[in-house]
Design a protein around this ligand. Structure first.
Ligand SMILES: Cc1ncc(COP(=O)(O)O)c(C=O)c1O
Length: 378
Protein backbone atom coordinates (compact mmCIF):
# COMPACT_ATOMS: atom_id res chain seq x y z
CA UNK A 1 0.00 0.00 0.00
CA UNK A 2 2.85 2.38 0.83
CA UNK A 3 4.44 1.74 -2.54
CA UNK A 4 1.06 2.02 -4.29
CA UNK A 5 0.53 5.48 -2.80
CA UNK A 6 3.97 6.47 -4.05
CA UNK A 7 3.21 5.11 -7.54
CA UNK A 8 -0.11 6.99 -7.49
CA UNK A 9 1.63 10.24 -6.44
CA UNK A 10 3.91 9.88 -9.45
CA UNK A 11 0.82 10.22 -11.67
CA UNK A 12 0.15 6.58 -12.54
CA UNK A 13 -3.30 5.06 -12.06
CA UNK A 14 -3.26 2.30 -9.44
CA UNK A 15 -5.66 -0.67 -9.79
CA UNK A 16 -6.38 -1.79 -6.24
CA UNK A 17 -6.77 -5.57 -6.49
CA UNK A 18 -5.63 -6.00 -2.91
CA UNK A 19 -8.62 -5.69 -0.56
CA UNK A 20 -11.98 -7.44 -0.49
CA UNK A 21 -14.14 -4.32 -0.13
CA UNK A 22 -17.12 -4.70 -2.52
CA UNK A 23 -18.53 -1.13 -2.12
CA UNK A 24 -15.22 0.27 -3.43
CA UNK A 25 -16.17 -1.42 -6.74
CA UNK A 26 -19.76 -0.17 -6.94
CA UNK A 27 -21.51 -3.01 -5.08
CA UNK A 28 -23.86 -1.77 -2.33
CA UNK A 29 -26.01 -3.35 0.39
CA UNK A 30 -29.57 -4.29 -0.68
CA UNK A 31 -32.05 -1.41 -0.28
CA UNK A 32 -34.13 -3.25 2.34
CA UNK A 33 -31.08 -3.45 4.63
CA UNK A 34 -30.42 0.27 4.29
CA UNK A 35 -34.12 0.96 4.97
CA UNK A 36 -33.95 -1.14 8.16
CA UNK A 37 -30.97 0.84 9.46
CA UNK A 38 -32.50 4.22 8.56
CA UNK A 39 -35.73 3.20 10.28
CA UNK A 40 -33.80 2.22 13.41
CA UNK A 41 -31.96 5.56 13.44
CA UNK A 42 -35.24 7.49 13.08
CA UNK A 43 -37.01 5.30 15.66
CA UNK A 44 -34.53 6.35 18.30
CA UNK A 45 -32.49 3.12 18.39
CA UNK A 46 -29.39 5.15 19.12
CA UNK A 47 -28.51 3.99 22.60
CA UNK A 48 -26.44 1.11 23.87
CA UNK A 49 -28.21 -2.19 23.47
CA UNK A 50 -27.73 -5.55 25.20
CA UNK A 51 -24.05 -6.47 25.04
CA UNK A 52 -24.91 -9.76 23.30
CA UNK A 53 -26.91 -7.86 20.66
CA UNK A 54 -30.59 -7.05 20.11
CA UNK A 55 -32.90 -10.03 20.51
CA UNK A 56 -34.49 -9.85 17.01
CA UNK A 57 -31.00 -10.07 15.46
CA UNK A 58 -29.94 -13.00 17.65
CA UNK A 59 -33.21 -14.77 16.92
CA UNK A 60 -32.80 -14.24 13.17
CA UNK A 61 -29.24 -15.59 13.30
CA UNK A 62 -30.30 -18.64 15.34
CA UNK A 63 -33.21 -19.28 12.96
CA UNK A 64 -30.96 -18.97 9.92
CA UNK A 65 -28.50 -21.59 11.23
CA UNK A 66 -31.32 -23.83 12.44
CA UNK A 67 -33.08 -23.69 9.05
CA UNK A 68 -29.83 -24.86 7.49
CA UNK A 69 -29.53 -27.89 9.71
CA UNK A 70 -27.55 -26.59 12.69
CA UNK A 71 -29.83 -25.99 15.69
CA UNK A 72 -28.55 -22.92 17.53
CA UNK A 73 -30.36 -21.03 20.30
CA UNK A 74 -30.39 -17.20 20.46
CA UNK A 75 -28.72 -17.27 23.89
CA UNK A 76 -25.62 -18.82 22.27
CA UNK A 77 -25.35 -16.02 19.70
CA UNK A 78 -23.38 -12.78 20.14
CA UNK A 79 -23.67 -9.84 17.76
CA UNK A 80 -20.21 -8.40 17.13
CA UNK A 81 -18.36 -5.65 15.29
CA UNK A 82 -17.90 -7.81 12.19
CA UNK A 83 -16.43 -11.27 11.93
CA UNK A 84 -13.24 -9.58 13.08
CA UNK A 85 -14.51 -8.95 16.60
CA UNK A 86 -16.02 -12.44 16.68
CA UNK A 87 -12.56 -13.86 15.89
CA UNK A 88 -11.05 -11.73 18.63
CA UNK A 89 -13.65 -12.72 21.26
CA UNK A 90 -13.36 -16.42 20.45
CA UNK A 91 -9.56 -16.50 20.44
CA UNK A 92 -9.37 -14.39 23.60
CA UNK A 93 -11.69 -16.82 25.38
CA UNK A 94 -9.75 -19.89 24.23
CA UNK A 95 -6.07 -18.95 24.13
CA UNK A 96 -3.59 -18.50 26.98
CA UNK A 97 0.04 -17.43 26.53
CA UNK A 98 2.11 -20.41 25.42
CA UNK A 99 -0.78 -22.28 23.84
CA UNK A 100 -1.33 -22.57 20.08
CA UNK A 101 -4.05 -22.60 17.44
CA UNK A 102 -4.10 -24.47 14.13
CA UNK A 103 -4.46 -21.98 11.27
CA UNK A 104 -4.53 -22.71 7.56
CA UNK A 105 -1.67 -21.83 5.26
CA UNK A 106 -2.40 -19.58 3.43
CA UNK A 107 -4.36 -17.87 6.20
CA UNK A 108 -6.44 -14.76 6.74
CA UNK A 109 -3.87 -12.62 8.60
CA UNK A 110 -6.14 -11.43 11.44
CA UNK A 111 -5.88 -14.86 13.10
CA UNK A 112 -2.12 -14.65 13.46
CA UNK A 113 -2.29 -10.97 14.47
CA UNK A 114 -4.75 -11.67 17.32
CA UNK A 115 -2.68 -14.68 18.43
CA UNK A 116 0.41 -12.48 18.59
CA UNK A 117 -1.45 -10.04 20.82
CA UNK A 118 -2.60 -12.87 23.13
CA UNK A 119 0.84 -14.48 23.36
CA UNK A 120 -0.43 -17.60 21.57
CA UNK A 121 1.29 -19.28 18.65
CA UNK A 122 -0.16 -19.97 15.23
CA UNK A 123 0.62 -23.49 14.04
CA UNK A 124 0.17 -23.57 10.28
CA UNK A 125 -1.38 -26.57 8.57
CA UNK A 126 -1.02 -27.10 4.82
CA UNK A 127 -3.84 -26.68 2.40
CA UNK A 128 -3.05 -28.42 -0.86
CA UNK A 129 -3.38 -26.56 -4.18
CA UNK A 130 -3.24 -29.86 -6.09
CA UNK A 131 -6.42 -30.88 -4.20
CA UNK A 132 -8.29 -27.63 -4.76
CA UNK A 133 -6.65 -26.08 -1.69
CA UNK A 134 -8.24 -28.50 0.79
CA UNK A 135 -6.63 -29.02 4.21
CA UNK A 136 -3.98 -31.73 4.42
CA UNK A 137 -5.27 -34.01 7.20
CA UNK A 138 -2.01 -35.90 7.56
CA UNK A 139 -0.18 -32.65 8.09
CA UNK A 140 -2.76 -31.62 10.70
CA UNK A 141 -2.11 -34.85 12.60
CA UNK A 142 1.62 -34.13 12.55
CA UNK A 143 1.44 -30.53 13.81
CA UNK A 144 -1.28 -30.71 16.51
CA UNK A 145 0.18 -30.63 20.05
CA UNK A 146 -0.99 -31.05 23.64
CA UNK A 147 -1.07 -27.22 23.87
CA UNK A 148 -3.38 -26.75 20.88
CA UNK A 149 -6.55 -24.85 21.82
CA UNK A 150 -8.54 -24.66 18.58
CA UNK A 151 -8.71 -25.42 14.87
CA UNK A 152 -9.46 -22.52 12.50
CA UNK A 153 -11.29 -23.44 9.29
CA UNK A 154 -11.99 -20.76 6.68
CA UNK A 155 -14.58 -22.30 4.36
CA UNK A 156 -15.37 -20.90 1.81
CA UNK A 157 -11.82 -19.66 1.83
CA UNK A 158 -10.05 -16.36 1.59
CA UNK A 159 -7.47 -16.19 -0.02
CA UNK A 160 -7.97 -19.28 -2.21
CA UNK A 161 -11.70 -19.28 -3.13
CA UNK A 162 -11.91 -22.97 -2.10
CA UNK A 163 -15.00 -24.75 -0.75
CA UNK A 164 -14.35 -27.99 1.13
CA UNK A 165 -16.35 -31.09 0.26
CA UNK A 166 -18.72 -32.62 2.82
CA UNK A 167 -16.31 -35.58 3.08
CA UNK A 168 -13.35 -33.33 3.92
CA UNK A 169 -15.47 -31.34 6.36
CA UNK A 170 -16.52 -34.54 8.15
CA UNK A 171 -12.89 -35.63 8.43
CA UNK A 172 -11.91 -32.24 9.82
CA UNK A 173 -14.66 -32.42 12.44
CA UNK A 174 -13.58 -35.97 13.36
CA UNK A 175 -9.97 -34.78 13.70
CA UNK A 176 -11.00 -31.89 15.98
CA UNK A 177 -13.24 -34.08 18.12
CA UNK A 178 -10.51 -36.72 18.47
CA UNK A 179 -8.15 -34.06 19.83
CA UNK A 180 -10.80 -32.29 21.93
CA UNK A 181 -10.48 -29.07 19.91
CA UNK A 182 -13.22 -26.54 19.31
CA UNK A 183 -13.47 -25.44 15.67
CA UNK A 184 -13.59 -21.76 14.77
CA UNK A 185 -15.57 -21.99 11.55
CA UNK A 186 -15.06 -18.75 9.62
CA UNK A 187 -18.14 -18.81 7.38
CA UNK A 188 -18.16 -15.17 6.31
CA UNK A 189 -18.26 -16.25 2.63
CA UNK A 190 -20.89 -18.95 3.25
CA UNK A 191 -23.47 -17.24 1.02
CA UNK A 192 -21.04 -16.57 -1.82
CA UNK A 193 -20.53 -20.07 -3.25
CA UNK A 194 -21.12 -19.75 -7.01
CA UNK A 195 -23.46 -22.73 -6.87
CA UNK A 196 -25.40 -21.36 -3.89
CA UNK A 197 -25.00 -20.96 -0.14
CA UNK A 198 -22.73 -23.47 1.55
CA UNK A 199 -24.31 -25.31 4.54
CA UNK A 200 -22.83 -24.30 7.91
CA UNK A 201 -20.18 -26.71 9.18
CA UNK A 202 -22.32 -27.40 12.25
CA UNK A 203 -25.03 -28.97 10.08
CA UNK A 204 -22.72 -31.97 9.58
CA UNK A 205 -22.24 -32.59 13.31
CA UNK A 206 -24.65 -30.76 15.62
CA UNK A 207 -22.93 -32.25 18.71
CA UNK A 208 -19.42 -31.11 17.77
CA UNK A 209 -17.76 -28.11 19.47
CA UNK A 210 -18.12 -25.43 16.79
CA UNK A 211 -18.12 -21.63 16.91
CA UNK A 212 -19.37 -20.18 13.63
CA UNK A 213 -18.26 -16.66 12.70
CA UNK A 214 -19.87 -14.46 10.07
CA UNK A 215 -21.17 -10.98 9.22
CA UNK A 216 -23.03 -8.66 6.89
CA UNK A 217 -19.71 -7.63 5.30
CA UNK A 218 -19.48 -9.93 2.30
CA UNK A 219 -22.74 -11.75 1.52
CA UNK A 220 -24.71 -8.55 2.25
CA UNK A 221 -22.12 -6.06 0.97
CA UNK A 222 -21.99 -3.93 4.14
CA UNK A 223 -18.39 -4.20 5.40
CA UNK A 224 -18.37 -0.62 6.69
CA UNK A 225 -21.25 -1.30 9.06
CA UNK A 226 -18.97 -3.54 11.15
CA UNK A 227 -21.85 -5.84 12.01
CA UNK A 228 -21.36 -9.56 12.42
CA UNK A 229 -21.93 -12.42 14.82
CA UNK A 230 -20.78 -15.65 16.33
CA UNK A 231 -22.88 -18.69 17.18
CA UNK A 232 -21.87 -21.53 19.47
CA UNK A 233 -23.00 -25.14 19.17
CA UNK A 234 -25.22 -26.56 21.84
CA UNK A 235 -22.63 -28.64 23.66
CA UNK A 236 -21.89 -28.29 27.39
CA UNK A 237 -18.17 -28.47 26.51
CA UNK A 238 -18.40 -24.88 25.25
CA UNK A 239 -20.47 -23.43 28.12
CA UNK A 240 -17.42 -21.86 29.78
CA UNK A 241 -16.32 -20.40 26.47
CA UNK A 242 -19.77 -18.84 26.00
CA UNK A 243 -19.54 -17.31 29.51
CA UNK A 244 -16.05 -15.96 28.84
CA UNK A 245 -17.08 -14.41 25.52
CA UNK A 246 -20.15 -12.84 27.14
CA UNK A 247 -17.96 -11.32 29.83
CA UNK A 248 -15.63 -9.90 27.19
CA UNK A 249 -18.64 -8.59 25.26
CA UNK A 250 -19.99 -6.92 28.43
CA UNK A 251 -16.69 -5.06 28.73
CA UNK A 252 -17.12 -3.34 25.34
CA UNK A 253 -20.79 -2.49 26.16
CA UNK A 254 -22.30 -3.49 22.78
CA UNK A 255 -21.66 -3.44 19.05
CA UNK A 256 -23.22 -0.68 16.90
CA UNK A 257 -26.96 -0.69 17.61
CA UNK A 258 -28.74 0.68 14.48
CA UNK A 259 -26.99 -1.63 12.00
CA UNK A 260 -28.05 -4.67 14.04
CA UNK A 261 -31.58 -4.01 12.77
CA UNK A 262 -30.35 -4.94 9.29
CA UNK A 263 -29.62 -8.50 10.45
CA UNK A 264 -33.26 -9.72 10.56
CA UNK A 265 -33.88 -7.83 7.30
CA UNK A 266 -30.92 -9.58 5.69
CA UNK A 267 -31.57 -13.10 6.95
CA UNK A 268 -35.36 -13.13 6.55
CA UNK A 269 -35.68 -10.79 3.55
CA UNK A 270 -35.33 -11.00 -0.22
CA UNK A 271 -32.22 -12.97 -1.29
CA UNK A 272 -32.39 -11.88 -4.95
CA UNK A 273 -29.58 -9.30 -4.51
CA UNK A 274 -27.37 -12.02 -3.05
CA UNK A 275 -28.05 -14.32 -6.00
CA UNK A 276 -27.13 -11.48 -8.38
CA UNK A 277 -23.90 -10.91 -6.43
CA UNK A 278 -22.99 -14.61 -6.69
CA UNK A 279 -23.55 -14.53 -10.44
CA UNK A 280 -21.41 -11.40 -10.78
CA UNK A 281 -18.62 -13.18 -8.87
CA UNK A 282 -18.97 -16.36 -10.91
CA UNK A 283 -18.48 -14.36 -14.13
CA UNK A 284 -15.42 -12.54 -12.74
CA UNK A 285 -13.93 -15.80 -11.44
CA UNK A 286 -14.25 -17.36 -14.92
CA UNK A 287 -12.51 -14.39 -16.57
CA UNK A 288 -9.80 -14.49 -13.88
CA UNK A 289 -9.19 -18.22 -14.22
CA UNK A 290 -9.00 -18.29 -18.01
CA UNK A 291 -6.84 -15.17 -18.38
CA UNK A 292 -4.44 -16.11 -15.58
CA UNK A 293 -4.07 -19.64 -16.93
CA UNK A 294 -3.04 -18.15 -20.28
CA UNK A 295 -0.20 -16.09 -18.75
CA UNK A 296 3.35 -17.41 -19.05
CA UNK A 297 4.60 -19.18 -15.92
CA UNK A 298 1.26 -18.77 -14.13
CA UNK A 299 -1.03 -21.47 -12.72
CA UNK A 300 -4.30 -21.03 -10.87
CA UNK A 301 -6.85 -23.17 -9.05
CA UNK A 302 -10.30 -22.00 -10.17
CA UNK A 303 -12.09 -20.30 -7.25
CA UNK A 304 -15.52 -21.69 -6.29
CA UNK A 305 -16.68 -18.89 -3.98
CA UNK A 306 -16.16 -15.24 -3.05
CA UNK A 307 -13.91 -12.85 -4.99
CA UNK A 308 -10.38 -14.08 -4.44
CA UNK A 309 -7.88 -16.19 -6.34
CA UNK A 310 -4.42 -17.37 -5.30
CA UNK A 311 -2.41 -17.95 -8.51
CA UNK A 312 1.20 -19.09 -8.54
CA UNK A 313 3.99 -17.79 -10.75
CA UNK A 314 7.12 -19.84 -11.37
CA UNK A 315 9.58 -17.20 -10.16
CA UNK A 316 13.03 -16.60 -11.60
CA UNK A 317 15.55 -18.31 -9.27
CA UNK A 318 16.60 -16.22 -6.26
CA UNK A 319 13.55 -13.91 -6.37
CA UNK A 320 10.52 -13.65 -4.08
CA UNK A 321 6.79 -13.14 -4.50
CA UNK A 322 7.27 -9.62 -3.11
CA UNK A 323 9.84 -8.80 -5.84
CA UNK A 324 7.31 -9.73 -8.53
CA UNK A 325 4.40 -7.90 -6.88
CA UNK A 326 6.42 -4.68 -6.46
CA UNK A 327 7.74 -4.86 -10.04
CA UNK A 328 4.18 -5.42 -11.33
CA UNK A 329 2.94 -2.42 -9.33
CA UNK A 330 5.72 -0.11 -10.51
CA UNK A 331 5.39 -1.13 -14.15
CA UNK A 332 1.59 -1.32 -14.49
CA UNK A 333 -0.06 0.20 -11.40
CA UNK A 334 -1.67 -3.20 -10.60
CA UNK A 335 -1.62 -3.93 -6.85
CA UNK A 336 -2.03 -7.52 -5.64
CA UNK A 337 -0.82 -9.04 -2.35
CA UNK A 338 2.18 -11.37 -2.27
CA UNK A 339 1.66 -14.84 -0.84
CA UNK A 340 4.06 -14.36 2.08
CA UNK A 341 1.49 -11.91 3.50
CA UNK A 342 -0.78 -14.95 4.00
CA UNK A 343 1.97 -17.13 5.46
CA UNK A 344 3.18 -18.77 2.20
CA UNK A 345 6.93 -19.32 1.60
CA UNK A 346 8.17 -16.22 -0.28
CA UNK A 347 9.96 -18.22 -2.99
CA UNK A 348 6.89 -20.19 -4.06
CA UNK A 349 5.49 -17.35 -6.15
CA UNK A 350 1.93 -17.11 -4.79
CA UNK A 351 -0.13 -13.93 -4.85
CA UNK A 352 -3.73 -13.07 -4.03
CA UNK A 353 -5.92 -11.26 -6.51
CA UNK A 354 -9.24 -9.59 -5.59
CA UNK A 355 -11.43 -9.70 -8.68
CA UNK A 356 -14.25 -7.29 -7.77
CA UNK A 357 -13.60 -4.90 -10.69
CA UNK A 358 -16.02 -4.85 -13.64
CA UNK A 359 -15.49 -7.59 -16.26
CA UNK A 360 -14.13 -5.24 -18.94
CA UNK A 361 -11.74 -3.65 -16.49
CA UNK A 362 -10.59 -7.09 -15.33
CA UNK A 363 -9.84 -8.07 -18.95
CA UNK A 364 -7.83 -4.88 -19.38
CA UNK A 365 -5.94 -5.47 -16.12
CA UNK A 366 -5.12 -9.10 -16.93
CA UNK A 367 -3.92 -8.15 -20.43
CA UNK A 368 -1.51 -5.63 -18.85
CA UNK A 369 -0.47 -8.20 -16.26
CA UNK A 370 0.15 -10.91 -18.88
CA UNK A 371 2.30 -8.60 -21.00
CA UNK A 372 4.28 -7.52 -17.94
CA UNK A 373 4.75 -11.11 -16.75
CA UNK A 374 6.10 -12.23 -20.14
CA UNK A 375 8.68 -9.43 -19.99
CA UNK A 376 9.46 -10.14 -16.31
CA UNK A 377 10.21 -13.79 -17.03
CA UNK A 378 12.25 -12.81 -20.09
C1 LIG B 1 -11.77 -15.00 6.09
C2 LIG B 1 -12.17 -13.68 6.64
N1 LIG B 1 -12.57 -13.61 7.92
C3 LIG B 1 -12.94 -12.44 8.47
C4 LIG B 1 -12.92 -11.26 7.74
C5 LIG B 1 -13.32 -9.98 8.41
O1 LIG B 1 -14.61 -9.66 8.03
P1 LIG B 1 -15.54 -8.63 8.79
O2 LIG B 1 -15.69 -7.45 7.89
O3 LIG B 1 -16.83 -9.36 8.97
O4 LIG B 1 -14.89 -8.27 10.07
C6 LIG B 1 -12.52 -11.28 6.40
C7 LIG B 1 -12.44 -10.04 5.62
O5 LIG B 1 -11.95 -9.98 4.52
C8 LIG B 1 -12.13 -12.53 5.85
O6 LIG B 1 -11.74 -12.62 4.58
Amino acid sequence: MVEAKRVEASGRRVRYMNIGNPPAFGFQPPAHLIDAVVRALRNGENGYCASAGILPAREAIAEEYSSRGWAVSPDRVLVTAGTSEAIELALTALVDPGTNVLVPMPTYPLYTAVLAKLGGQPVYYRTDPSQGWTPDLEHLERVVTADTRALVLIDPNNPTGAIYSAEVRRKLIAFAERHGLPILADEVYGDLGYDGSVPPLGSLAPEAAIISLSSLSKGYVAPGWRTGWLAVSNTARLDDVVSAMRKLADGRLCSTTPTQFAIPAALKGDRAPQRALREAMRERAAITTSMLQAMPGMSIVAPRAAFYAMPKLTLPPGTTDEDYVLALLRATGILVVYGAGFGMPADEGYMRIVFLAAPDELREIYTLMGDFTATYLG
